[in-house]
Design a protein around this ligand. Sequence first.
Ligand SMILES: Nc1ncnc2c1ncn2[C@@H]1O[C@H](COP(=O)(O)OP(=O)(O)O)[C@@H](O)[C@H]1O
Ligand SMILES: CC(C)(COP(=O)(O)O)[C@@H](O)C(=O)NCCC(=O)O
Length: 279
Amino acid sequence: MHFIICPLKIIYIITYTHEGAKILNNYIIGDYKQQKEIYKDFLKNIVDKFIKKNYKKPFIIGLTGSVASGKTTLSYIFQEILKNMLPGKNICRVSTDNFLKSNEELIRENILNRKGFPESYKNELFCQFFMLIKSGIKFISIPVYSHLYYDIIQENYIIRDPDIIILEGLGFGNNFNKCHVYEHVDVLIFIKARMNYVRSWYISRFYNLIHESNNDPKSFYYKFRSMNDDEIMKIINYAWYKINLPNYYKNIVRLQKKSNFIIVKTANHVVLNIIDNNQ
Ligand SMILES: Nc1ncnc2c1ncn2[C@@H]1O[C@H](COP(=O)(O)OP(=O)(O)O)[C@@H](O)[C@H]1O
Ligand SMILES: CC(C)(COP(=O)(O)O)[C@@H](O)C(=O)NCCC(=O)O
């Protein structure tokens, strides 16, 4: 653990492992190399046509799509490719999940079953983040959300002097003071796939999270270890059909029109096509 001094306060930085990193290391299978080649070409195009032409630090790449479409995983892949492509540049990842209200706040407002909908975010903080980061401030502190704990787990995580931010998640259609989140993003990318594939990715992530919770009674998923598949599938189906799917159709699907590119994926996350909406 170490700390830095910023103009207002001393902020402690705790090094922690984000479960997304584990997802990338453990679960990306055989065709990762093939995916990486496609994404390399795609990002080369973005670097040449957007970043080099219109560079204003920090450049923000937005990645959106349904819950479980692969946004977090792709943000790690993009980060790794961009680090090699642009040596010396600081490529940061931020999740929009970090701007979710805590479970305590959601329960107080009686909207725990609306997690991911616009009202479940701290939209003022979300929009302030862009204003501060775009104003040239070098260090900015944001909360951290954990899927494993299903809640905000830390209030002060520091983003340090980013050159490029890969911002992934839901909530790009949210607004505060009539300003939409997508308006702050330099390039918006939408991940699209048939919803029956995405549901199967959601189910496998759910089981992975149960597995990851094995030695951790504090994890949200720990309690599911003692349930049978029928009981688990009831919970998964509730979360999918009552929360994530309605949210997708109401708030997320329309972002395709606002996005610069649409990555179309099929089974096993294979990329079928990348649609260029700029043409
Ligand atoms: N490109 C990929 N290749 C292989 N598996 C992937 C890929 N993208 C996502 N997955 C798997 O799909 C599930 C959902 O991915 P995740 O990145 O958590 O989605 P999101 O952030 O959109 O909710 C996870 O189990 C993850 O391991
Ligand atoms: C935190 C989320 C809103 C966003 O997830 P993401 O797209 O980052 O995977 C989502 O995972 C979620 O918790 N939805 C509520 C219903 C559920 O438990 O899946």
